[in-house]
Design a binder for this molecule. Structure first.
Ligand code: ZN
Length: 204
């Protein structure tokens, strides 16, 4: 006796949905069935926005934030930014919480991760060369390390601070203590971020 299963297009949809973060097999099945039941009125615009996000959104080659081919980067192209301050974060998603805190109007640099030997992530895997290139161009006078306060974040901060020692005219600071460990800046509230920025401390 043949097993009865969903038709192939639904099974294919479930396979793709299961790849999404936080979506297990049960949720994938539920979403796929819901989409099918809504029909083309919902599924067509859904697939269109997904396709255009995948096609148009790129990583800004300067700061690493999300940008689009058409409109560029809202951070790097933004007006009235302090061109002497550069805030280094782990992920592009760390930029928005800092922006929302209202306490920082300089520029950003996302590393796209942090040094993590267990995950085979060394300095070469991060956007550190790009960081050095930006600093050597000469406009920045202070680099603020806004990395998480766990072991890997600390190791990354120390590594970068050591590298920057060799660059003339740049002082290196870090956020005041109290940043969440590991969870990234997204999990910090705006007031905490504002205080952490205002209370930043110099590194050697
Ligand atoms: Zn940018």
């Amino acid at each position: 006796m043949a097993n009865v299963d969903y038709p192939d297009p639904v099974r294919a949809l479930i396979v793709h949905l299961k790849q999404l973060p936080g979506i297990g097999p049960k949720s994938a099945e539920r979403i796929a069935v819901w989409l099918m039941q809504q029909g083309e009125e919902v599924s067509t615009p859904f697939s269109e926005v997904m396709e255009s996000a995948g096609r148009e959104v790129i990583e800004c080659r300067l700061c690493g934030f999300f940008s689009t081919h058409e409109k560029g980067c809202a951070v790097c192209d933004g007006l009235q930014r302090d061109g002497s301050l550069l805030c280094v974060v782990e992920q592009p998603t760390d930029i928005l919480p800092l922006e929302r805190s209202g306490a920082f109007r300089g520029h950003y640099h996302s590393l796209r991760g942090r040094i993590s030997p267990l995950d085979n992530i060394g300095p070469e895997e991060l956007r550190i060369r790009e960081l050095l290139d930006r600093l050597r161009a000469g406009a920045f006078t202070e680099v603020i390390l806004a990395l998480s306060s766990d072991v890997e974040g600390e190791a990354t901060a120390n590594y970068i601070a050591e590298l920057l020692r060799g660059i003339e005219g740049i002082s290196v600071t870090r956020l005041a203590q109290g940043m969440p460990a590991g969870g990234g800046l997204e999990s910090a509230d705006e007031l905490t971020l504002m205080r952490a920025l205002q209370g930043r401390v110099g590194l050697g």
